[in-house]
Design a protein around this ligand. Structure first.
Ligand SMILES: Cc1ncc(COP(=O)(O)O)c(C=O)c1O
Length: 390
């Protein structure tokens, strides 16, 4: 598509952020992970309302860390994990990489998160040790029902909130429901640190594992008591202790440069959320009678990165996409559609077809939403969509 006037996403790192970054760089600071990373993690935990957070280099790495920390915790009753059909490939990929048995779940007709009826059937049948849920595109899932299932069937809940920062379910922020939650700060998400991810949790044991897994499996990032407990257990002398590897880790650290940007984004996050929510509401008002879209549970707050909608059928989607492209409005499929229809999945487990996830796959599309889009821009985009449906 040539001459895009309305991009699906725009950078939330603006000129002022770049100026501040340039001034900071001129002070010749330490750039690798250091004090600013810790400051960003603490600021994020405070904003979110959790005890611990681990900054890393992407939302995908955050998911990788969550899966492996759960596995190494020794708490899982088995290696079965329920995974979503609507989400992202890296919500599922670690399950394959670490030898879990992933079982795919249909999408909920309202929020497009896990379908709770199908989920309960799978829970009854498989009794999995873990469930990976996605908070789809800033529309919170039905968390009361989800937590009730967790209580009834006893599984660890990983909450992928990579594209849902700033959304609320009732008065609680999305990303505070799982035993661990992941977030992405990639360009186009609610805010950006260029690339970046975070895992947040209230569980100190999982937190310590996440810290070690982030960097090589060593204990350098742990607090003093946790570090001392390990050196005592394994009888490590002082000279060796910085370079002892307790678990097989990765290196998925980010840097203080990215943390510097993150701190600036955090300071303006509430205004970013307001703008995204305002635009999303306008899309809903204008398109409600003509298109299907994600419905949030009562008393929740949406903070989307795109407005996702479903056409009546493929032919209607084709017409809408053509009109959008002719008017310089960027569009694409809804997230990844149904992940069960992608080669990474069906070459291993066969095609996973479900009525709702398939509908999202074949008829879904995205419209732009970002803080620099005005209500007039939203109205123009809606006019183009509605015009194509006449
Ligand atoms: C639900 C979900 N999870 C994980 C990711 C991966 O995040 P990242 O691009 O930072 O690796 C994405 C990216 O769009 C996502 O939408």
């Amino acid at each position: 598509m040539k001459n895009i006037k309305y991009h699906l996403a725009e950078d939330t790192i603006d000129d002022r952020d770049i100026d501040k970054l340039a001034a900071w760089l001129k002070s010749y600071p330490r750039l690798t992970k250091g004090a600013l990373t810790v400051e960003f993690e603490e600021g994020w935990s405070k904003w979110l309302g959790v005890k611990y957070s681990v900054f890393n280099n992407s939302g995908s790495s955050a998911n990788l860390l969550m899966y492996y920390a759960l596995l190494l915790s020794g708490r899982l009753k088995n290696k079965k994990v329920i995974v979503p059909s609507v989400g992202w490939v890296t919500s599922i990929a670690p399950a394959i990489q670490f030898g879990f048995e992933p079982i795919m779940c249909e999408a909920d007709k309202d929020t497009y998160g896990l379908d709770l009826v199908h989920l309960e059937k799978l829970l009854k049948k498989h009794r999995p040790g873990a469930v990976m849920m996605v908070q789809v595109l800033g529309v919170p899932h039905k968390m009361n029902e989800m937590l009730a299932l967790q209580k009834k069937y006893g599984f660890y809940l990983m909450e992928d909130a990579c594209a849902a920062i700033g959304a609320y379910y009732k008065d609680r922020k999305v990303g505070t429901f799982g035993d661990m939650a992941s977030f992405s700060f990639y360009f186009g998400h609610q805010f950006s640190t260029i690339e970046g991810g975070m895992v947040s949790t209230d569980d100190k044991k999982l937190y310590d594992l996440l810290l070690m897994l982030r960097a090589h499996g060593w204990s350098k990032d742990l607090d003093k008591p946790a570090h001392a407990a390990l050196t005592k257990k394994y009888k490590i002398d002082d000279f060796h202790s910085p370079f002892v590897f307790y678990i097989p880790g990765f290196n998925v650290r980010s840097t203080d440069l990215n943390a510097f940007i993150g701190l600036g984004q955090l300071a303006k996050l509430d205004s970013i959320i307001d703008a995204r929510e305002r635009n999303h509401r306008r899309f809903k008002e204008r398109l409600a009678t003509r298109l299907a879209y994600q419905r949030s549970p009562g008393a929740s707050r949406i903070c989307s990165i795109h407005f996702g909608a479903l056409a009546k059928d493929r032919e209607e989607r084709r017409k809408i996409v053509k009109a959008l492209e002719e008017h310089g409005i960027e569009t694409r499929i809804f997230s990844a559609g149904n992940l069960g229809l992608h080669p990474f999945w069906y070459e291993r487990y066969g095609k996973a077809s479900f009525p709702m996830a398939d509908r999202i796959h074949h008829t879904g599309f995205f419209l732009p939403n970002h803080p620099s889009l005005s209500l007039e821009d939203v109205d123009f985009i809606c006019d183009v969509v509605l015009g194509a449906m006449k």
